[in-house]
Design a protein around this ligand. Structure first.
Ligand code: PD2
Ligand code: ZN
Length: 281
């Protein structure tokens, strides 16, 4: 019979491991403190048996501490120091929040200008006819900023850490994507698939992704919504706004399948911030 491990205990065990304590040391100190709980033993045994972190994470209950704004009292605005961010829409399952007034037009322009010269060509395959076949899943072009790389990036990252109540150091560098007409990002999950062989290696740096914020830097004329097919939600890519969604375990049950609909006319630019469960060095 499997016994449930409480989310608090799970979080605590994971944080202790992250802090560098070994499983045997944890077991010894817990026993010394009077813990003789079968669920704890099971959790510790799984960790000790060298379960890949991803497997242990998905076998255990969802985490309790998650990034997200303070929505107590249903505020229309959230003060983040240098601006008042609007709360435009919220959804509980999947956890989705649409923000307005996240970035100024000048910040959007500055990010685009700095990214434009560093865009990597999208992956294309040459056909026999000499034409190009676009990557079927992702037809945008992109680049990554280092965390804190320039003043615009630094200010934005500080704002997001306040808004989402998640340490700046737990965030990946900003990703910038440009979508030309016809470009799209087919529906996917942003967490790392626990079933993939490469995932345990990826998780060594910062653990799982737990949330995503897609910010719209330039709106196309038509198309380019961020879609959540499981719940029929489409978020319009309006400049300066953004869509936040979180996933407390790496599983489709979070309903966070999402994609970027094809841009029909014009160009869409976004900045994506992914948040990890621990410091991302
Ligand atoms: O540009 C988007 O709308 C989009 C959609 C899905 C971006 C991402 N995913 C992403 O950056 O992960
Ligand atoms: Zn995505």
């Amino acid at each position: 019979m499997t016994q449930a491990v409480s989310p608090e205990l799970r979080d605590w065990l994971v944080s202790q491991l992250a802090a560098g304590h070994s499983v045997p040391a944890l077991r010894a100190s817990m026993r010394a403190a009077g813990w003789h709980d079968a669920a704890t033993d099971i959790a510790l045994a799984q960790l000790e048996a060298g379960f890949p972190e991803s497997r242990a994470a998905s076998a255990l209950p969802p985490r309790t501490s998650m990034p997200g704004p303070d929505l107590e009292g249903s505020p229309l605005y959230i003060d983040v120091g240098d601006r008042r961010v609007q709360v435009l829409q919220t959804m509980k399952h999947p956890r989705v929040i649409v923000f307005g007034n996240l970035l100024s037009a000048e910040e959007c322009e500055a990010l685009i200008a700095a990214a434009r010269v560093r865009l990597a060509r999208s992956l294309t395959v040459e056909t026999k006819t000499g034409g190009e076949v676009l990557n079927v899943d992702r037809t945008s072009e992109g680049m990554f900023f280092e965390r804190g790389e320039n003043e615009t990036v630094r200010q934005l990252e500080e704002r997001l850490a306040l808004l989402l109540r998640w340490p700046l150091e737990f965030g990946e560098g900003l990703q910038i994507l440009r979508y030309a007409p016809g470009a799209q990002y087919r529906p996917h999950y942003d967490y790392f698939d626990p079933g993939e062989p490469g995932t345990p290696t990826i998780l060594k740096r910062g653990g799982q992704r737990v949330a995503t914020l897609v910010m719209y830097l330039q709106e196309p004329e038509k198309g380019g919504a961020t879609t959540f097919p499981d719940v029929g939600l489409e978020v319009a890519p309006v400049r300066g706004t953004g869509v936040f969604f979180s996933y407390d375990h790496p599983d489709p049950a979070t309903r966070t399948l999402h994609g970027g609909a094809p841009v029909v006319a014009g160009e869409k630019w976004v900045a994506t911030k992914w948040l990890r469960e621990r410091e991302f060095r």
